[in-house]
Design a protein around this ligand. Structure first.
Ligand code: FES
Ligand SMILES: [Fe+2]
Length: 369
């Protein structure tokens, strides 16, 4: 077992939070990159970005944290792949731009691969012994799909299915294929705080009446529920009467409730927020020990309902700014010589407690100070 300081008691009433140094120590930040981010599912794109055979989409997985160049492709047989985007010759990037291609050709010395990553040809290599071997292919990276949403994991500790199951069971009735990405409504924020502070604020129901007074006025706080799953947390936003809410099908276990939002967090850094108008996927990207980029990727389902209820863009952006202020203040607070750790509210901080338990399980077991 590791250092007891890095463990969180399973009983929230006895538990102390993790030590403040996890949010400011560059060595722990690096450890989390390998132990947490390299082993979990990262949202990368939707199928519209690789919609037709031949389409390719290069990207860097978590720039500033994992920095892993990957390439999504759809081959001629209509099969999707995620490949390492690093040429097996001398390490140049294989694809530099999204587009449509018949083959992948590295522009440094002309090595060629199929869209499934198979090595095809290399100029001036006649006479090289034992060439080509299987290690000349572009390595394949685990790729998973839920609806139209694509996830990648470098060394997955669990299946995407295990991560997504709670959403699928609860919201499988939503026609995700009809959701359309809306770049004009999407946002990007740079936050001067550690990524884990941003996540735990999202999971914390306790701060809502203090920090988000307008939101609190639209929510029925007494009916606000937090549900814990192995790798996910659901917060169910129940509306005050008069607010827009989901028209739930008979099959939904929530039928009869005035659900205005399903806030799903997926370990470690993805949020799927469903509103009656559609979905905001929030991706929390660590870019340094005290810098975090947060994307709000909005997908419209029912455009007529944009602008109503607690999922209204302006209201959500306001909540974001309110959160940004407190999270950045906490980043300043945790540098103090006097703050070490805290305790949890058993009624309103179960999500934060669950997140800290996962952080300890993945990132800190066996870690020393
Ligand atoms: S690095 Fe790609 S062909 Fe040489
Ligand atoms: Fe908040």
């Amino acid at each position: 077992m590791g250092d007891p300081e890095y463990q969180v008691h399973p009983d929230i009433r006895q538990a102390h939070t993790l030590p403040a140094r996890i949010y400011r120590d560059p060595a722990i930040y690096e450890t989390f990159a390998e132990r947490i981010f390299a082993r979990t599912w990262q949202f990368v794109a939707d199928t519209d970005q690789v919609r037709v055979p031949g389409q390719i989409y290069p990207c860097t997985l978590l720039e500033g944290c994992l920095d892993e160049p990957v390439l999504l492709t759809r081959d001629a047989r209509d099969v999707l792949h995620c490949l390492s985007n690093v040429c097996t010759h001398r390490g140049h990037l294989v694809a530099e731009h999204a587009g449509i291609e018949r083959v992948l050709r590295c522009r440094y010395h002309g090595r060629r691969f199929g869209l499934d990553g198979t090595f095809q040809h290399m100029p001036e290599f006649e006479g090289v012994e034992g060439f080509p071997g299987p290690c000349e292919d572009l390595p394949r990276i685990p790729l998973g799909q839920w609806g139209k949403f694509l996830f990648v994991a470098l060394k997955p500790a669990h299946s995407l299915q295990e991560l997504i199951a709670p959403l699928q069971e609860r919201l499988g009735w939503l026609p995700l294929e009809q959701f359309r990405f809306d770049p004009a409504r999407s946002r990007e924020f740079l936050i001067r705080a550690n990524w884990a502070l941003y996540v735990e604020n999202y999971l914390d129901g306790l701060h809502i009446p203090f920090v988000h007074q307008e939101l609190a006025g639209s929510l029925d706080y007494s009916a606000y529920v937090t549900e814990l799953y192995r790798y996910a947390v659901l917060q169910l936003g129940v509306a005050q009467s008069g607010e827009d809410r989901f028209d739930l099908p008979v099959s939904s276990p929530d039928r009869g409730k005035h659900v205005a939002a399903y806030y799903y967090w997926l370990f470690p850094n993805t949020m799927f927020n469903f509103y009656p108008w559609g979905l905001s996927i929030n991706v929390v990207r660590p870019v340094g020990v005290d810098r975090t980029r947060v994307l709000f990727l909005r997908y419209t389902w029912d455009a007529a309902r944009i602008g109503s209820g607690i999922g209204d863009d302006a209201a959500v952006d306001r909540v974001e700014r309110e959160d940004e202020v407190v999270v950045e203040n906490v980043q300043r607070g945790i540098r103090s010589r006097y703050y070490h750790c805290g305790r949890y509210s058993p009624s309103r901080e179960t999500g934060t407690h669950h997140f800290h338990r996962l952080l300890a399980e993945f990132g800190l077991e066996g870690a020393g100070a």
